[in-house]
Design a binder for this molecule. Structure first.
Ligand SMILES: Nc1ncnc2c1ncn2[C@@H]1O[C@H](COP(=O)(O)OP(=O)(O)OP(=O)(O)O)[C@@H](O)[C@H]1O
Ligand SMILES: [Mg+2]
Length: 380
C-alpha cells in the first residue's frame, strides 16, 4: 500500500460514514469526490457517476424534484458566484425533503471548487407538520370551547331575564287581585286579572318546556310519538294558540294549502316547530303579513313560513340553528336562541330538513321538508 493511498481510503471511509450526502465539485463543475449517501439519496446510476460531470448529475436528479426549473436556476445561480455559500430546501416528488448546504472550497487561499452537503430531513419536517397540525387543532378546539362557554354564559343571563319577566308580571297582577279582593270586588276585572296570570304561567311553562327539551336532546332522550297527522291541522292548531299574539302585534296570517298533507309524524313536535317559526316571523317580521304554505309532491311534504321583516345576513344564516345562537342583540329582541335549534332537531328526527332563504331587509322564508312515508315509487 502506498503512502498516499492510505489517507485517500481513510478519507473515502470517513465520507461514507457521515450522515450527509456529500458532493465536491471543481470550478469546471467536474465531480471531484462524492459519498455513498449522496448517490443513494438521488439514486444516481453508474454511467452518470462515471462521467464525473456535475451538470449531468443535476439533469438526472431533475426528474425527481418537485420544482425542477426552480432547482436548476438556483444551482446555476450558485455556480455563478464561486465564493458564496448557499442554503436551500429541496422537495422531492416522492415526498422526501432534503436540506442542501454548499460552501466554497479553498486551497492556499484560493477557491478551487464547492462542497455540497445534503441532509434528508423528511422525518423532522413531517414531525413539525404533525406538531403544527396538532397545535392548530388544539387552538381550534380551545376557541370552540371558549365560544361554547361564552354562549352558555350569555344564555344563562338571558334565560334568567326571560324567566323573571313573566314572574314579575304574575306577581304584580296577583298583588292587584289581592287588593281588590275586598268587599264590592269587580268580578269582571278579577277575571281578566286571572286570565293575565294564566297567560304568564303559560309563557313560563313554555319557556321551561323548551329548556327541558334542550336537555332531553342533549341526553339523547328525544322520542317521537308517531301517528297520522295532517300538516294543515298542525298549522291551524299552532295559529289558534298564537291568535292573541298575532292580534296584539296586528299581524295578518295567510295560510295557503290546497289539500290535506298527511303523514306519520309526531303532531305535538311539529306544532312546536310551526309555533317557533311563526313566533320568529312575528318577532322579526316588522308587523307585515306572514304567509304559511303547505304542499306536497307525493314524496316530500313542504311547509314554509315567510315574513317580510328584517331578514338575515347570509353569513349568519347557518349559525342560527345552533343551540343558544342568536342573530340579534338581546337588547333589541327577547328570546333564548333555542327555537330554531329545537325546530331543526325535531324535523331532522323525522328524517326531514329545515332551511332558510333570506336577504337582509327583505324578510325570510323557513322551509320544513318531511319525507312522506307512503311515497309511491318514482316513475321509471
Ligand atoms: N324570521 C326571522 N327573521 C329574521 N331573523 C330571524 C328569523 N327567525 C330567526 N331569526 C334569527 O335567528 C336567531 C335564532 O332564532 P331562534 O328562534 O333560535 O332564537 P330566538 O328567537 O332568538 O329565541 P327563542 O326562539 O329561543 O325564544 C334569532 O335570534 C334571529 O336573529
Ligand atoms: Mg325563536
Amino acid at each position: 500500500m502506498s503512502r498516499r493511498s492510505l489517507p485517500w481510503s481513510l478519507l473515502k471511509a470517513t465520507l461514507d460514514s457521515t450522515a450527509d450526502g456529500i458532493l465536491v465539485v471543481d470550478l469546471h463543475r467536474r465531480i471531484v469526490l462524492l459519498n455513498r449517501q449522496f448517490v443513494d439519496m438521488f439514486r444516481i446510476p453508474d454511467d452518470i457517476l462515471a462521467a464525473r460531470d456535475d451538470r449531468r448529475a443535476v439533469n438526472f436528479a431533475l426528474d425527481q424534484i418537485r420544482d425542477p426549473e426552480g432547482f436548476r436556476r438556483t444551482i446555476d445561480g450558485i455556480y455563478e458566484h464561486p465564493d458564496a455559500s448557499s442554503f436551500q430546501v429541496i422537495e422531492l416528488k416522492d415526498g422526501r425533503v432534503i436540506e442542501c448546504y454548499s460552501l466554497p472550497q479553498y486551497m492556499a487561499g484560493a477557491v478551487v471548487g464547492r462542497v455540497w452537503s445534503h441532509r434528508d430531513v423528511t422525518a423532522r419536517v413531517r414531525a413539525e407538520e404533525q406538531r403544527d397540525r396538532l397545535l392548530r387543532d388544539e387552538r381550534k378546539a380551545r376557541a370552540e370551547a371558549e365560544e361554547a362557554v361564552r354562549l352558555r354564559d350569555e344564555f344563562v343571563a338571558i334565560a334568567s331575564h326571560e324567566l323573571r319577566t313573566p314572574l314579575t308580571s304574575l306577581q304584580l297582577t296577583m298583588q292587584g287581585l289581592e287588593r281588590r279582593l275586598a268587599p264590592g270586588m269587580d268580578l269582571e276585572r278579577a277575571r281578566s286579572a286571572l286570565a293575565r296570570c294564566a297567560r304568564q304561567i303559560g309563557r313560563l311553562t313554555a319557556l321551561i318546556d323548551q329548556l327541558l327539551d334542550v336537555s332531553r336532546i342533549q341526553a339523547g332522550r328525544l322520542e317521537l310519538q308517531l301517528s297520522e297527522v295532517d300538516l294543515c291541522a298542525v298549522v291551524r292548531d299552532a295559529a289558534a294558540q298564537l291568535a292573541d299574539q298575532l292580534a296584539l302585534a296586528g299581524v295578518e296570517l295567510v295560510v295557503r294549502a290546497e289539500a290535506p298533507v298527511v303523514g306519520r309524524w309526531d303532531g305535538d313536535r311539529l306544532e312546536q316547530v310551526v309555533t317557533n317559526l311563526l313566533t320568529n316571523a312575528v318577532k322579526f317580521g316588522g308587523g307585515k303579513p306572514i304567509e304559511v304554505a303547505i304542499a306536497s309532491d307525493g314524496r316530500v311534504a313542504r311547509l314554509s313560513v315567510t315574513d317580510r321583516g328584517i331578514g338575515i345576513a347570509r353569513e349568519t344564516q347557518s349559525q342560527l340553528f345552533e343551540r343558544f345562537s342568536r342573530g340579534v342583540s338581546a337588547r333589541n329582541y327577547g328570546g333564548l336562541g333555542i327555537g330554531l335549534y329545537l325546530a331543526r332537531t325535531f324535523v331532522v328526527a323525522h328524517g326531514g330538513r329545515l332551511y332558510v332563504e333570506s336577504k337582509p331587509g327583505e324578510g325570510a322564508t323557513f322551509t320544513v321538508e318531511l319525507p312522506l312515508p307512503h311515497a309511491s315509487p318514482p316513475p321509471p
